[in-house]
Ligand binder design. Structure first.
Ligand code: AMP
Ligand code: MG
Length: 327
């Protein structure tokens, strides 16, 4: 692809400068690519209703074209223009939006096939980030946005990480500081409200969603076409090997290793470590940690396996096992 100049504009995360937002919105309206912060990770946005613009996302990321994109909206009504919302899905949107919950629903015909990865459903969500909200509102279009990094790499949680992968491949970056969440949204299939499915665990804990639904989120069977297409690709991986360590087991015999987890393993092989004080912090710092270790001269990265899968841990376990190549 031809290299372009990537412009960065820094904005306040709570009160983004309307002029800079407007500049970014104009890039979207003209069919260009804009990276912007959400509460989970940075997104790589294009006008979701413009097939040529959406094609550029797949090209810039090297993303397989059967992996559909999430349409980011600033209101539930905007989502209703894009998908057939049912009562149960609307209840979830009212409770959890803006927030890290993506709803897969039957697509309306205005959503181009390329945005849906050829499926007859589309994924929608409203991000809880003032910069994202202002950008979507100003552009007047739903914004199709996967994470703003090369396919397969750890997702970017700050603008520098976006630049590392995307400099010269996209038009514009709105730098609104580091994201607060760290792992991507939870994706659920609501096409059949009687049988909601967990397609991808993420930032919104399963328990919170199930409490509103009053039923369990089932997993799609592996042969089902309803499976989230993106989940079968190797994902979220740094360039160096990732090894899982379970507390109580012998620590892997590797040197020099980077380490991330909740407990301090006190191993001689570890030359660089990040010990988090909570699983929320761990989820927040995981991808940034991968990128830091990658740049910092360790031979591999050892990560602690979360001891249970409650709350954020289901999503955290998912990202860790994928980074280690087990996903
Ligand atoms: P990303 O934006 O890179 O975090 O990935 C978005 C995730 O949402 C991927 O795992 C996609 O497969 C999934 N997704 C998006 N649209 C749909 C859809 N219509 N049906 C099922 N999964 C979807
Ligand atoms: Mg992604």
């Amino acid at each position: 692809m031809t290299k372009m100049k990537t412009i960065t504009a820094t904005v306040d995360r709570w009160h983004p400068d309307p002029l800079k937002v407007s500049k970014a919105a104009r890039v979207l309206m003209a069919g260009g690519l804009v990276a912007f912060p959400t509460e989970t990770v940075y997104g790589l946005g294009a006008d979701a209703l413009n097939p040529e613009a959406v094609a550029k996302i797949y090209e810039a990321k090297g993303r397989p074209s059967d992996n559909p994109l999430i349409l980011h909206v600033y209101s539930i009504v905007q989502a209703m223009h894009l998908v057939e919302m049912n009562d149960t899905a609307e209840k979830l949107a009212l409770k959890f939006w803006p927030g890290p919950l993506t709803l897969v629903l039957p697509a309306k015909s205005c959503v181009p096939s390329i945005t849906r990865g050829g499926l007859d459903t589309a994924a929608v969500r409203m991000p809880a980030n003032k910069v994202a909200e202002a950008l979507i509102y100003a552009s007047g279009c739903p914004v199709a946005a996967p994470s703003a990094h090369l396919s397969g790499r750890p997702s970017p949680t700050d603008a520098d990480s976006v630049l590392q992968d995307m400099d010269g491949r996209i038009d514009f970056i709105l730098d609104g500081g580091s994201t607060t969440g760290g792992i991507e949204s939870t994706v659920i299939d609501m096409t059949n409200p009687e049988r909601p499915l967990m397609l991808r665990p993420g930032g919104m804990p399963r328990e919170d969603i199930e409490e509103v639904l009053g039923c369990r989120l089932e997993l799609p069977d592996t042969l089902s076409t309803k499976r989230s297409p993106g989940t079968h690709y190797r994902h979220y991986s740094p360039d160096i090997p990732v090894i899982i360590w379970r507390k109580g087991e012998k620590f892997p015999d590797v040197f020099p290793a980077g380490y991330m987890g909740i407990d301090d393993p006190e191993s001689d092989g570890v030359t660089n470590k990040i010990v988090f004080t909570s699983y929320e912090d761990y989820a927040h710092g995981l991808f940034a940690g991968f990128r830091k270790f990658e740049a910092g001269g360790v031979a591999c990265i050892v990560v602690q396996w979360p001891e249970d899968d409650s709350g954020i841990n289901e999503g955290l376990r998912d990202r860790i096992s994928r980074a280690a190549g087990l996903g």
